[in-house]
Design a protein around this ligand. Structure first.
Ligand SMILES: *Cc1c(COP(=O)(O)O)cnc(C)c1O
Length: 454
């Protein structure tokens, strides 16, 4: 075994990993078609023919809906606003508790706060990285109204178990499938297994429109409420015969014709992207599964994974060095990242959400503690240690790779696997080496690269 690069040896590969190129001729032609039409948005903020957007928007929504059998699809200008719409349309009121995972993009929980709901964090299943149904059950109180399910990294949460809890306690289920477009849970497409769900179309997601999102629901009533919030609902509740006007204060969360036209072309590529990522992941699985101390994700029958991130669980006791040192040793074997998605491994994902000041100080809307002060006699606390499985994943166990993606081929992934194997073969030589400790999340990796690259 040759000497590790981190100890002064020759790196396994020095030429850069390929970039992810996201736009092609199809998107360019679609964008030009809209520019030539001169209609960049077809929306009007009043009931009538243009309340639901222009022809590109409607076609884009129908394409998704028809492909996956969603009864309704509602485009929005981001999935963050989509989550807010979903929470509002679900009837969340000040003081209502919503059970959320603590390990997700912040909007999965902050969207609840916009309607005065209170996020209650349940812990994760350490194998799926998604809500642990037993922990969810323990969080249910008489004030619980909904469960926010996130299909993290693109693998579905155990949603049958969560739906059973929801049915028992009459709770709404919102599916944050931002990272899981086109993904199936035991044969059913994610997004509409719960009451309402949806996908992100931001630049970092599988397919994108710069910014954007898509809400899906099989309930016509929920769909109407979403469409009202998207487009100045306060102007249109009477025309649409909406009796319960709570939460129908609308905003402008509309998707443009330009985004929709580009999005339609992107959507046509989604299946191909997912197939490619699965191929790369299966190869990587086959290489990593026999390495002691690394646990790859198990895929249950009928379910699929989008590999928004490729997750590996790391056991420092078995491997014999810290995750931090392991990650640095692997990185030293490979080309220096030029962009966040050429980073071989990131340590963990985000800091558990409840450790952010918004929950620690319980200051969200205004300065008086709203909505955490909505239920007299009940004090909400978010102490460190609240979700031990999540904290351990964040601090010690989780490795995430963004390399399983478009632009990379099997040869590139082979180099990645070779680098991991090379480091695994020389652990003894690393045991005396100390590196700076501290967690580096995906977002820290983005920042570090931004600092390095001009
Ligand atoms: C990306 C993402 C969001 C937010 O989507 P935007 O379109 O960026 O607003 C929400 N939840 C999860 C899990 C995400 O990955």
């Amino acid at each position: 075994m040759s000497k590790l690069a981190i100890l002064g040896g020759t790196p396994l590969r020095t030429n850069d990993f390929p970039n992810r190129v996201t736009m092609g001729e199809e998107e360019k032609r679609a964008a030009l078609r809209v520019l030539d039409s001169d209609v960049l948005s077809g929306f009007v903020g009043a009931a009538g023919k243009f309340f639901n957007g222009g022809k590109e928007v409607v076609a884009f929504e129908e394409l998704w809906a028809n492909t996956y059998g969603f009864k309704n699809a509602i485009s929005v200008n981001s999935w963050t606003t989509g989550l807010q719409v979903a929470v509002g349309a679900s009837g969340i009121e000040p003081g209502d508790e919503v059970i959320c995972p603590p390990y997700s993009m912040s909007a999965s929980a902050s969207s609840v706060l916009f309607y005065g709901g209170i996020p209650i964090f349940a812990d994760l299943d350490p194998n799926r990285y998604t809500l642990d149904p037993l922990s969810v059950e323990r969080c249910v109180t008489p004030r619980t109204r909904a469960i926010m399910v996130v299909h993290l990294f693109g693998y579905p949460a155990d949603i049958d178990a969560i739906m059973a809890i929801a049915q028992r306690h009459k709770l709404r289920v919102i599916e944050d499938a931002a990272q899981a477009p086109g993904i199936f849970y035991k044969g059913r497409p994610v997004g509409t297994i719960g009451d309402v769900g949806g996908f992100s179309l931001n630049f970092h997601k599988h397919i994108h429109t710069g910014e954007g999102g898509l809400i899906v629901t099989n309930s016509d009533e929920t769909a109407l409420r979403c469409r009202l919030i998207r487009n100045h609902g306060e102007n249109a509740t009477e025309e649409y015969g909406v009796e319960d006007i709570s939460n129908m204060i609308g905003s402008n969360y509309r998707f443009t014709e330009l985004q929709a036209a580009i999005g339609t072309e992107q959507f046509k590529k989604l299946k191909g992207f997912l197939t490619h990522r699965t191929l790369l992941a299966q190869y990587l699985d086959s290489r990593l599964k026999s390495l002691p101390g690394l646990t790859i994700q198990q895929i249950e029958s009928g379910s699929t994974h989008s590999y928004y991130m490729y997750p590996v669980r790391f056991d420092e006791e078995v491997v014999g060095i810290s995750r931090n040192l392991f990650l640095r040793a692997v990185a030293a074997e490979l080309p220096k990242p030029r962009f966040w998605d050429t980073t071989p491994f990131a340590e963990g994902y985000v800091k558990p959400l409840y450790l952010n000041p918004i929950y620690q100080k319980k200051i969200a809307i205004g300065k008086k503690g709203f909505p955490f002060n909505c239920n007299p006699g009940i004090t909400y606390e978010y102490p460190k240690g609240l979700c031990p499985v999540t904290e351990k994943l964040y601090e010690k166990e989780l490795l995430l790779s963004p390399l399983v993606r478009e632009g990379m081929d099997i040869g590139d992934i082979k180099d990645f696997a070779d680098a991991i194997e090379k480091v695994m073969g020389s652990i003894k030589e690393l045991q005396n080496l100390s590196v700076e400790s501290g967690s580096e999340s995906v977002y820290d990796a983005v920042k570090a690269i931004d600092d390095n690259v001009d």
